[in-house]
Design a protein around this ligand. Sequence first.
Ligand SMILES: [Zn+2]
Length: 100
Amino acid sequence: MVHYSCDLCGRSLSNNRFIVKLEVVPAPGNGDLTEADLDTDHLQQVAELLDELDLSDTVPDLDEFSTQLKQFDLCSECRRTFLKNPLGRGPHRRFKFSGN
Ligand SMILES: [Zn+2]
């Protein structure tokens, strides 16, 4: 049996598991991508550039133009919290800016 726990508070989940699916996609027109950018020569240039930089340890930052799918498990309480403030913005942050 697969055991789930809440990705926010860590509480173990049995019957009250909620799944949050986040999909981050680039808006149409992002970066003014043209047909020329999709040309194989361009991709070849990028490949050569990456070769030159020798980024063996780093992941190339090409994910910007791809769809990112994230999935989280939440308990009912965290589900409520999440729905109120999905991006964690606003006055409910845990930290406060000091007046200095
Ligand atoms: Zn929770």
